[in-house]
Design a protein around this ligand. Structure first.
Ligand SMILES: Nc1ncnc2c1ncn2[C@@H]1O[C@H](COP(=O)(O)OP(=O)(O)O)[C@@H](O)[C@H]1O
Ligand SMILES: [Mg+2]
Length: 275
């Protein structure tokens, strides 16, 4: 049975594309056939994240318009035949994608793949709402632990609800253990409780992600904390029974000597300059 997941957020730049690409790699390595749809029309990035930027001939809109077949548009990273990307168009506008054409495409992809990950554009505009249809089985909202992102995630959840999508799960990204322990950042459980959403996973802030992106390789190819967090999330999404407990970054009590010598930079307010 195939499952399609919508990966969305209210605010941009929270890690949707990075997470969608990494989960695609993780799930393919678990032996599933996976299709990542780059639905961020006009701002495509999945091709870069998956090392496929020189391989695109046709894209999502070409398939929707009938200019090519689905098979012609799908591309796979080298040595990873189980993972396919349906790339976004680089210069088109989101409104050019007909919601009905997208739904038909999703139906056909579900006949071919075990998992479909839809990397959505940010926000709640028409382009995003057009992606929400009855072929979407599950949805995830990515949120960073701050009030702006939480408020936007709430708006996105209410749009999803109006569109009849199942209750979204939550991934909290860019958590910093030290700040959470010092009470200067929300813990993932706090964000989940505020949004009243089931927590699917938590991912720490990890420089390895920046290094991987710069080298055009997947964070799943680097031994790092983010990779372990993403692997656990992939297991939960696949329901493989290999589930690991949530790490709870920053919530475990550190030994007294670590607490004593903890270095949390003090916030120093500076003099205001009146313009
Ligand atoms: N856990 C993380 N640690 C460090 N950097 C991250 C993390 N998650 C995402 N990033 C970085 O944040 C930026 C935005 O990520 P991206 O996936 O493009 O977000 P979105 O698709 O939501 O706009 C990228 O530079 C990415 O490398
Ligand atoms: Mg993106």
């Amino acid at each position: 049975m195939s499952t399609s997941w919508m990966i969305a957020s209210g605010k941009g730049g929270v890690g949707k594309s990075t997470i969608a690409a990494s989960l695609g790699v993780a799930m393919a390595r678990e032996g599933r056939s996976v299709c990542v749809i780059d639905a961020d029309i006009g701002l495509r990035d999945q091709d870069v994240l998956l090392g496929l930027e020189n391989r695109i001939v046709f894209d999502l809109l070409d398939v929707a318009n009938g200019s090519c077949t689905l098979e012609q548009a799908l591309i796979s990273p080298e040595g990873m035949s189980r993972l396919s990307l349906l790339p976004a168009s680089q210069f088109a506008r989101a409104k050019e994608l007909e919601p009905k054409a997208f739904r038909r495409m999703l139906t056909r992809l579900k006949e071919r793949f075990d998992v479909i990950l839809i990397d959505c554009p940010a926000g709640i505009e028409r382009g995003v709402r057009g992606l929400m249809n009855c072929e979407v089985d599950e949805s995830v909202i990515i949120c960073t632990p701050d009030d702006v992102c939480i408020r936007n995630a709430e708006r996105m959840a209410s749009v999803m609800d109006k569109k009849g999508l199942p209750r979204p799960r939550l991934i909290v990204n860019r958590l910093q253990e030290e700040l959470i322990a010092a009470g200067e950042m929300y813990a993932a459980a706090t964000v989940a409780a505020t949004l009243d959403m089931p927590l699917l996973g938590e991912i720490p802030e990890d420089n390895a992600i920046c290094r991987a992106t710069l080298r055009h390789i997947s964070p799943m190819d680097i031994d790092c904390q983010a990779r372990r967090a993403l692997t656990r999330i992939a297991w939960r999404m696949l329901d493989t029974g290999l589930d690991a407990p949530l790490p709870g970054y920053g919530t475990a009590r550190k030994p007294w000597y670590r607490r004593l010598f903890r270095k949390t930079p003090k916030l120093k307010e500076v003099q205001r300059i009146d313009c």
